[in-house]
Write a protein that binds this ligand. Structure first.
Ligand SMILES: Nc1ncnc2c1ncn2[C@@H]1O[C@H](COP(=O)(O)OP(=O)(O)OP(=O)(O)O)[C@@H](O)[C@H]1O
Length: 627
């Protein structure tokens, strides 16, 4: 097959795909609001008939005036009445249309944004860490509020233009059929070239999404309150602005090139069309001059020529824009059909069997991890390898290890945030897959290393730990007490209902440690069987950290308590200490056992202890000198 044939086949395929997507969209809108959709299509058809009806009425009116037929003034009056009626009808149609379309727009945007929100919620952590999916998500959410509606109105507009074009072309066809044929051929060729251009533009757009995200990130850094301190102190503003400017310049150059091409193509075809049109107008004038046509008919034909041409243009524009938006719609539908990596959603979507005794009413008495390994998507090396660990109710476990040794990864796998791990994870002696995974997550209270600051009230910030307790002040304050943040909350201007953070009006900004305590309270609000604190003390002062851990140990009598820490002074409080290195558990035991083992833990202990004794001796030496 030659390259021209191949490319034509691709274009035809793309038109068919557009039509299929368009029908899918009509189906979607129809499902959302049937009466409005039917009214909208009906109004578009009526609108499409209006220009030719107006033209015929005007043509007859003019012909009646110039021919001064025996019926005289009464016929003229009748036709003038029709002329008034058609204009009134036009206004009614336009007004009704704006109401119906406005409603449809709001409905479509609402439904699609909710659909995208639901889809985003169903994605797994691994999906969010995948840059390609992030691109898709960004495209989908950015455009959901306007693209589908644009597409819908374009499709409806195509119907209108088609009706107008067919009706005016019929008038013209009855007079000079070959004019219609020539105009049709010119339009067909122009549609083909514009389709090709659209594809090029779409590819540019697709390749651009990661760069769009980068440019978005630059503006985020330049305008975000969390980044502003570092941006100022490291004087990053000019650098970030330069990178941002370079990206915008690149977009500008590409856009200008495509625009130039588009204008050249459109100009060429318009010129061709205009030549044909002017020739035909000249023919009509000549026939009128030769008294073969009445002046009303001359008016009618010139109008019909203009209408056919303008509607063909509108039709081409409509089809072009429609196919352009359609490529974006395709992306939206693809995103909505994306399979999730989330273990909980997968279990629900695939309706995997759950043992009746494992669906509700169970408690987590024991967790055993048997030979679990996990490699992040896109990575070649596993981040945790052949992990064996058992944890029982009433036990507190500290996990220590160097940066990047796999501590947080192990916890995320345990929390069922990733699905593609190898090995066996058991709860109460049964594989985790026998259980309702959502129920398992509900039985875990967690403080992540990068916990959230919700720019909402203190009530929301704590209440998000257990939505059913959101309205119960006593429960919320009880959780706050565990995290030693209750006094601060009581002193806030509106107590629990005080807005936290600085993003919204009347927000009260907490310190880093106070935010962390709020996150801890959030985890404690949940009546969980397992509590996981990933570096809970990173923002806390040493006294606060110790108080927190002592309380934590006390609270864990009926639960399993796991905390990740870099401080040996904290780790030694736990009943079991697990030491990780390079994705492996290299040691486990009590503080005493591990010191006696004299391995990595003992070394970490010595380094941390010696830093204090060195400081002590320096202080002592300093004291002696000054003394
Ligand atoms: N989302 C991710 N995608 C790919 N690799 C990751 C991801 N998160 C972590 N890693 C890699 O996995 C390894 C273990 O990371 P992890 O966060 O579990 O370490 P950690 O022991 O908790 O470290 P730290 O003490 O610094 O918090 C690291 O090499 C890290 O680069």
């Amino acid at each position: 097959m030659s390259s021209v044939q191949e490319s034509t086949k691709l274009e035809v395929e793309s038109i068919w795909r557009s039509i299929r997507q368009g029908l899918k969209l009509f189906g979607l809108v129809f499902g959302m609001n049937k009466p409005y959709m039917v009214s909208s299509i009906f109004l578009h058809i009526v609108q499409g008939l209006m220009p030719v009806l107006t033209l015929i009425i005007m043509q007859n009116l003019l012909n009646s005036i110039v021919s001064s037929s025996p019926q005289g003034i009464s016929l003229i009056m009748l036709q003038f009445g029709l002329f008034i009626a058609i204009h009134v009808l036009k206004s009614v149609v336009t007004m009704s249309q704006s109401y119906v379309e406005g409603t449809l727009e709001a409905v479509l945007s609402k439904f699609l944004n909710i659909m995208i929100g639901e889809k985003s919620g169903s994605l797994g952590l691994a999906d969010y860490e995948n840059s390609e999916i992030n691109d898709q998500l960004k495209r989908a959410s950015q455009e959901a509020s306007y693209r589908p509606y644009q597409l819908y109105t374009q499709m409806a507009g195509i119907i209108s233009s088609l009706v107008t074009m067919l009706s005016s072309a019929t008038l013209l066809f009855l007079w000079k059929w070959w004019v219609v044929v020539i105009l049709f051929i010119i339009s067909l060729v122009s549609v083909y070239s514009i389709f090709k251009l659209n594809k090029e533009q779409f590819e540019i757009y697709m390749n651009r999404t990661p760069l769009y995200r980068e440019s978005w990130y630059m503006t985020y850094l330049l305008t975000n309150d969390r980044a502003v301190k570092e941006v100022k102190m490291f004087n990053l503003g000019p650098y970030l602005l330069k990178r941002y400017g370079a990206l915008l310049q690149r977009f500008f150059v590409e856009d200008r090139r495509i625009l130039g091409k588009r204008v050249r193509i459109t100009f060429l075809y318009s010129l061709l069309e205009l030549t044909v049109l002017l020739w035909v107008v000249w023919l009509a004038i000549r026939e009128t001059f030769e008294q073969k046509l009445l002046i009303g008919s001359l008016y009618g034909y010139i109008q019909a020529i203009m209408l056919t041409q303008s509607q063909m243009q509108a039709l081409i524009q409509g089809i072009v824009q429609f196919s352009q938006n359609n490529l974006y719609m395709e992306q939206l539908f693809l995103f909505l059909q994306l399979p999730t990596s989330d273990p909980v959603r997968r279990q629900q979507e695939q309706a995997l069997p759950i043992r009746p005794e494992c669906s509700t009413g169970f408690g987590i008495e024991q967790i055993s991890i048997e030979g679990v390994s996990f490699t992040y998507p896109g990575q070649t090396e596993p981040s945790i390898r052949d992990i064996h660990l058992t944890m029982d109710k009433g036990q507190t476990i500290a996990i220590v290890g160097k940066n990047g040794s796999g501590k947080s990864t192990l916890m995320k796998v345990l929390m069922q945030l990733y699905s593609d791990y190898s090995g066996v994870l058991k709860l109460n002696g049964r594989p985790v897959q026998d259980y309702d995974l959502e129920q398992i997550q509900e039985k875990i209270g967690v403080v992540f290393q990068d916990f959230m600051h919700y720019e909402m009230s203190a009530r929301h910030n704590i209440g998000f730990g257990s939505l059913e307790h959101m309205g119960q002040d006593e429960e919320l304050m009880h959780a706050a007490e565990y995290a030693a943040i209750d006094r601060i909350i009581t002193q806030l201007p509106q107590g629990l209902d005080t807005q936290l953070g600085k993003w919204f009006e009347d927000g009260y900004q907490l310190s880093g440690g106070q935010w962390q305590r709020v996150a801890i309270a959030r985890a404690f609000l949940r009546k969980a069987d397992v509590y996981i604190l990933d570096e809970p003390s990173s923002f806390l002062d040493p006294v606060a950290e110790r108080d927190l851990l002592v309380l934590f140990l006390d609270l864990m009598k009926d639960s399993i308590g796991i905390f990740i820490t870099h401080r040996i002074s904290s780790a030694r409080l736990a009943q079991k200490i697990v030491v990780m290195d390079n994705g492996l558990i290299v040691e486990q035991g009590t503080h005493r056992e591990l010191i006696l083992l004299d391995g990595l833990y003992a070394e970490m202990y010595r380094i941390q202890a010696s830093s204090f004794s060195e400081e002590d001796s320096l202080i002592e030496a300093g004291g002696r000198v000054s003394g």
